[in-house]
Design a binder for this molecule. Structure first.
Ligand code: SAH
Length: 520
């Protein structure tokens, strides 16, 4: 008989994928089978190991794929096959999550199981709305209840009279459908009609919606604001603290959907920084980076770098890079030739921008120059200040787009060879897929970002005749004047140009632009 595996009931947290625990993430990464809920953020599934089996346990109340009994049986069955099972559940598995039933099924069947607690929405959704569930002088206790009618039909159902007479904060889960009934019941059992209340829908994720009011009007206010399930309802004095403590939905880009068109092979630092500012990012890479089709030219340059013998007129004094992709392309060929950083001893290295310098550091190379500023002139200036005095330069770049650095260095007397280190092409997406990104029924786009001319050209190419109309329906931010010029040539209105050609610069200009609104 196979050794039984392990069933881990893992709390995925309330929605923000950053709110899973370290232990939960470890279980997720090592799982052979992941059985996940609707409320567990699908971004977390990106951590699954290759080949892991993903089972969707249900999309919503109306469309359960499995009954609870079938799910319990499934957990036991996988464990008996020796699998490591991650049962990924929204919030905390043991807070209104039916995790107890799943644990009982495992215990009864005698298969090994454990629970990895999670951050429950009962606390996190109020927290992201700026509502502490307890607070000195306002609430010394907190009660979690279910508003589900199903539960109140059982003996263990909620006694609203007792709840109405319990001091402190009341947090109601699964209470959206019955909100009016519940608030009515609480008032009829003596809760003062002016007690503060709040509803938080989709707490902790970019689409979070919050309304506040009193227990008398909160149901109507939430209804009118178009809220819906999943939501938690908070009743108690603490709800009024939101006025001062709202933070998550008050960040500069909160509520904005931002299109990121950069290549996905670069770790999405842009998306991460935009999200930090509150945006919801929609990634639609308009560029894909592909390996070189002809490696002979770069290989020849690498051999000359290795020789580094200027005296013979054969070598190079400097190697310069303007993107992490260039560094990767260089490293791939260096290694393919059976070489590594040791062979490059005498060569000096320059990187335009910290991400590029970091990529070089990743291959064990310290950069001799990283300019403080990314504007073309400033970069050349920086080279001069740091003792660059001409010489032979190998400049590694992409197959398209223009770099201003080589000309600047030539102006300082350098002898620059430009070498293609990576190729880019239009990604395999259909025009329909590209257009769908902009459709209001898919959430629409508020801001479009372009970090290179090729991203503009490729996206416009995919969108075809509709390109300018669709893109001009959003605010548009471009990294650098060359990118902006390409956009304008295609009839795209540019609302912001990041002068500083860095991701930080682009994010800064998006924030500024959203504050000020579109240029007319
Ligand atoms: N085990 C989960 C709760 C599951 S019951 C937990 O600990 O969070 C499902 C209910 O949880 C929903 O009806 C809603 O009331 C609440 N809920 C879950 N995620 C939520 C979110 N992101 N925002 C608001 N409410 C949420």
């Amino acid at each position: 008989m196979t050794e039984p595996g392990l069933v881990s009931l893992v709390g995925a947290g309330p929605g923000d994928p950053g709110l899973i625990t370290l232990k939960g993430l470890a279980r997720l990464k090592e799982a052979d089978v992941i059985i996940h809920d609707r409320l567990a953020n699908s971004k977390l599934l990106g951590h699954a190991k290759p080949g892991a089996e993903l089972v969707d346990a249900g999309k919503g109340r109306a469309t359960y794929r499995f009954s609870q009994e079938e799910l319990n049986a499934l957990l036991v069955e996988y464990a008996r096959q020796g699998k490591r099972v991650c049962r990924l559940k929204g919030g905390d598995p043991f807070v209104f999550g039916r995790g107890g039933e799943e644990a009982l099924a495992c215990a009864e069947a005698g298969v090994p199981w454990e629970v990895v607690p999670g951050v429950t929405s009962a606390i996190a959704a109020p927290a992201y709305a700026g509502i502490p569930v307890t607070h000195r002088g306002k609430a010394a206790a907190v009660t979690f209840v279910t508003g589900s009618e199903e539960a109140s039909h059982h003996e263990a159902g909620v006694e609203w009279k007792a709840v109405a007479n319990t001091p402190g904060t009341l947090v109601i889960l699964m209470g959206w459908e019955t909100l009016e009934k519940i608030t009515g019941a609480l008032i009829s059992h003596g809760v003062p009609g002016d007690r503060p209340a709040a509803v938080v829908q989709w707490g902790t994720v970019p689409g979070q919606k919050v309304v506040t009011g009193t227990i008398s009007d909160i149901a109507a206010v939430a209804q009118k604001a178009g809220l819906g399930s999943p939501a938690v309802v908070i009743v108690g004095e603490v709800a009024s603290l939101r006025d001062q403590l709202a933070w998550f939905d008050r960040r500069p880009l909160s509520g904005k959907r931002v299109l990121v068109t950069r290549a996905r092979s670069q770790p999405s630092r842009l998306a991460a920084m935009l999200e930090e500012a509150g945006a919801e990012c929609v990634e639609f890479p308009a560029i894909s980076v592909v390996p070189l089709s002809d490696t002979a030219p770069i290989d020849a340059v690498i051999w000359r770098l290795v020789r580094h013998n200027s005296a013979s007129g054969m070598g190079y004094d400097w190697a310069t890079f303007t993107s992490p992709n260039g560094v990767t392309g260089f490293q791939v060929r260096l290694n393919a030739l059976g070489l590594d950083a040791r062979s490059l001893g005498g060569v000096k290295f320059a990187a335009v921008g910290p991400a590029t310098a970091q990529a070089l550091a990743g291959m064990g190379i310290r950069t001799d120059i990283v300019p403080d500023d990314y504007l073309a002139e400033a970069v050349v200036d920086s080279f001069r200040k740091r003792g660059f005095n001409g010489g032979r330069v190998a400049h590694f770049k992409s197959s398209i787009g223009r770099d201003t650095l080589p000309d600047g260095l030539r102006g300082m007397g350098a002898d620059v060879d430009e070498i293609v280190a990576y190729e880019t092409r239009v990604p395999d997406a259909s025009p329909d897929e590209a257009r769908a990104v902009f459709m209001p029924q898919n959430g629409g786009i508020d801001v479009t970002t372009f970090s290179s001319s090729s991203a503009v050209n490729n996206l416009a190419g995919l969108l075809g005749a509709d390109a300018a109309r669709l893109i001009n329906g959003t605010l548009v931010a471009c990294m650098g004047p060359v990118t902006a010029e390409t956009a304008r040539e295609l009839g795209i209105r540019v609302d912001a140009v990041a002068g500083e050609q860095s991701i930080e610069g682009l994010v800064g200009s998006v924030v500024e632009m959203v504050k000020e609104g579109p240029k007319t």
